[in-house]
Design a protein around this ligand. Sequence first.
Ligand SMILES: [Zn+2]
Length: 338
Amino acid sequence: MTIDFEAIKLQHPLIEVVEAVAGPGKQSGNIIRWNCPLPGHEERTPSFTISLDNPNRYYCFGCNRYGDVFDWIKEQHGIENLIEAVKHLTGEVVHMSDELKAQAAQRANDLRFERLERQVAEQQIAIDKLQEMQSWQIYRENLAKSEEAVELWRAEGLYPSWQTHFWVGVAPNFYAGKSLTIPVKNYASKVQNVIHRIIEPGEGGRYRPELPGLPQSLYFTDPWLGITQVMWLFEGEKKAMVARQHAERKEVEHNMQFVGAKKHIRIEDVPLFDGCQKIIYVPDPDVSDEIVEKNALLLGVDRVTIIDLIGKTDDMLIAGELDGKTMLSAGANGRKLS
Ligand SMILES: [Zn+2]
């Protein structure tokens, strides 16, 4: 029996075979990554890779296993014999007619083309996003020119005197209409992202669109402060801003960093907190215990204090139900982790 291995590979592209088990991977550049789907390797950061330059091979940087679609089948099913692996993959069909081979080759080509098109579309989004990033100054100028815009931000709990500090702004024509804008600054005080909050999203619209292409990040209310001994961690940029200005206004010692983050803090961002001895974590009331505990573990249980609030931090601050002073002294009454 002769087996046309190359034809079988064409008929069963490795990426498709892997996706059938592991779901779609995350592509950046020419590399597609997954959390390693091989038996015996559990992980939270994706090390299992396929390069589009060589899409018939996989390599896992975590467990150092590599190979082609046949090795994949062997690993997945604990099969040692190559012929058995071939049978498993093809469902016993190991011979292909010329016609089938041609079809398979065509399909492989189509897939490559589709992937390429997707890549181009993703890059276009990234380019749009880059242009968007550079427009934050214009948004900021819009705000200075419009009393109505200032009022919109005031209604969101930001004192006008702080607006220059946070560089917030207004975009008149973003997606569905007007949006408030928050530039996200990194440690070097460079704007690396602009976040929009659509004011009137309309029927079925989204209040805060997520634009793919560039990563969301931690938001530091004061990038110049650097890593301090104490950090306050809120969900989202606006809460961090509002909390910081309130803390300062209430003359609480403010030599501390206020950070806004997404519900799911990214593991790779956690080292940023290394120099920090105390982290006050203020999750929204609707966040599950499971997520709160997971985040607390990431941040280091022995230095984290969790504050449970009955309402959303910024709403409470704006409504005067919580001032900066009580908020900061509440740190002593945090809940204990189980
Ligand atoms: Zn692995």
